[in-house]
Design a protein around this ligand. Structure first.
Ligand code: MG
Ligand code: ZN
Length: 162
């Protein structure tokens, strides 16, 4: 079996609407236009999907891990109606002012874990993010970086991948 090609996705600003503040209420967790249509096109090309997100609001006590999981359940359910599956949603709950870690982007530990766990070929894989720290993490892990504008419709950039 050859190794898998993966589309890694940042969460806020790529998967769901970046609001300029932490998003943790499911009513504020709004999927960006065109996301699932774009992922369906990528799925036709045998990509798998994994989300990698910094959620420092947990360390900052702005919201709980359970609130975050509720948002992720909403994402998983909405994706299922398009027959889209996320193999995993990796999150860093830390904040550098409170506890240092290696999992917060721009560090690449979560990407490396995913690459190992899901037998992914980083050279065939992409990280779609809306911040420099996303693309920095991608480069560290040997994954191709694709920087979009916050809340940009990913269909506008798929020609760069396909
Ligand atoms: Mg983002
Ligand atoms: Zn962390």
């Amino acid at each position: 079996m050859s190794k898998k090609a993966c589309i890694f996705l940042d969460r806020d600003g790529v998967v769901n609407r970046e609001r300029g503040d932490h998003t943790y209420d499911i009513n504020d967790f709004v999927i960006n236009d065109g996301l699932f249509e774009g992922l369906l096109k990528l799925k036709e090309h045998q990509f798998i999907f994994i989300v990698v997100t910094n959620q420092s609001g947990i360390a900052l006590n702005k919201y709980t891990e359970e609130q975050m999981h509720a948002c992720h359940r909403k994402l998983i359910e909405e994706a299922q109606s398009y027959d889209i599956e996320f193999k995993a949603i990796y999150f860093c709950p830390h904040h550098p002012d409170i506890s240092r870690c290696l999992c917060r982007k721009p560090d690449s530990l979560l990407l490396e874990k995913a690459i190992d766990t899901f037998d992914i070929d980083p050279l065939k894989s992409w990280f779609i993010g809306d911040r420099q720290r996303d693309t920095d993490a991608a480069v560290k892990a040997g994954v191709k970086p694709l920087l979009i504008k916050s809340n940009q419709n990913i269909n506008e950039v798929l020609h760069l991948i396909l």
